[in-house]
Design a protein around this ligand. Structure first.
Ligand SMILES: [Zn+2]
Length: 399
């Protein structure tokens, strides 16, 4: 007991020494974070919150935090925020890194300067309600927050006012008209003449026709991206839809499968193409994102997914936004990253999985399909299969 008391005594002395040595108004911001702090002050001022960290004190510094932690706020005097150097460097080269960094800084400043604690509730569309999502995990959901595009303004409003009304993007009432689409491409995969990928069968990925469907069986622990080249690229300014029907009955329920589409540059090695993806798994989770980003935008729970059943995934593109449907149920919308004409489309295979596919349809909104997107019967369709690492999607770290 004495030993314990002695330890406490020494700890107290040390603490007093530490506190007495420290300037309670110290203002020390690593230059890398200065701009983010300024933005926080500006956004706060626009909403009636005024801060004077230069005179009141604040420390924001890099640290080597534990492997699962991206940022930490210490309620000391002054407030001290640590940002994990490895995480910061890791996200830096990704598309969208600036807003990911802002999200992290604003989350920590939400703790430090606004005194807010974690808030892990969700909006109607299952987006996180707040930039303050974090701490103890909820149902193992990743902390990835879709802090981009129109969402930024809402999340800033909510950061400075927890009573901010639910935003339009969270509504599950579809805001666009999906009537009047004309089919440009249709593959049913009912027989060999319909089955564009058959000649790509290999020891790692066996492809066959099975009972009027096309069957892909992967024997390796990698993600296969399976593409075909459109005979004429889809104009990025057009309004189009893309759908495919999947059946993945027996594999690992946590593995994702779904649609991919995007612009692929000539001679690309495929590693950083801005390919959009819309995937699900049999645990009723949905993911959406772009391969040039650090990870999926967010992870959603979707009851319209039929676990181990047949699932139709469909995405509509209007303007710069994508509208995601699972089995004809509208689930989510967000802005796309791809901003060049779409010349390759296809799907993502679950590692070590077997998938049956039917009904690949690409359509556009307009008066007729008398355009060059029609399949020219005498021109072969180019196909491509790319094996990628399983770790291209990251889950956002503890904060
Ligand atoms: Zn936090």
């Amino acid at each position: 007991m004495l030993k314990v008391k002695k330890h406490i005594y020494i700890a107290l002395i040390s603490l007093v020494l530490l506190i007495s040595c420290k300037d309670p108004k110290e203002y020390r911001i690593d230059p890398v974070f200065t701009d983010y702090l300024k933005r926080f002050e500006t956004e706060g001022a626009l909403r009636g919150h005024n801060f004077s960290p230069q005179t009141d004190g604040l420390i924001i510094e890099f640290a080597n935090l534990s492997a699962n932690t991206a940022g930490l706020t210490h309620y000391e005097t002054p407030i001290r925020i640590e940002i994990d150097k490895a995480y910061w460097n890791d996200i830096t080269s990704s598309v969208g890194a600036d807003l990911m960094k802002e999200d992290l800084l604003f989350h920590e400043l939400g703790h430090g300067l606004l005194g807010r604690s974690h808030l892990n509730t969700t909006l109607e569309n299952d987006d996180w309600k707040s930039i303050l999502c974090g701490g103890t995990k909820v149902a193992e959901r990743a902390w990835n927050i879709n802090y981009r595009g129109v969402r930024r303004k809402y999340y800033l409003d909510e950061l400075f006012d927890v009573n901010t009304a639910s935003p339009d993007f969270a509504s599950l009432t579809l805001p666009v008209d999906t009537i009047g689409f004309k089919t440009d491409y249709l593959f049913t995969f009912a027989d060999e003449s319909q089955s564009i990928w058959l000649n790509k069968t290999s020891s790692q990925l066996a492809i066959s026709i099975d009972n009027r469907r096309i069957r892909f069986q992967s024997s390796v622990d990698k993600i296969f991206l399976v593409f075909f080249s459109l005979q004429s690229a889809i104009d990025i300014n057009s309004t189009f839809s893309y759908e495919m029907t999947f059946y993945y009955p027996t594999g690992d329920a946590s593995k994702q499968y779904g649609l991919i589409f995007g612009p692929v540059a000539a001679k690309s090695d495929g590693t950083s193409d801005p390919i959009e993806y819309f995937t699900i798994n049999n645990n009723q989770k949905m993911y959406m994102g772009n391969r040039s980003c650090y990870s999926f935008y967010t992870e959603l729970s979707e009851s319209s997914i039929l676990s181990a059943g047949v699932n139709k995934l469909k995405v509509y593109k209007f303007g710069t936004s994508l509208y995601y449907f699972i089995n004809n149920v509208y689930c989510y919308t967000t802005e796309m990253v791809a901003n060049a004409n779409i010349n390759e489309v296809g799907f993502m295979m679950p590692p070590l999985g077997t998938v049956w596919l039917t009904n690949l349809v690409i359509a556009h909104k307009g008066a007729s399909s008398e355009n060059s997107m029609k399949i020219k019967q005498n021109k072969p369709i180019e196909v491509r299969i790319q094996a990628i690492d399983n770790s291209f999607q990251h889950t956002l770290k503890y904060r």
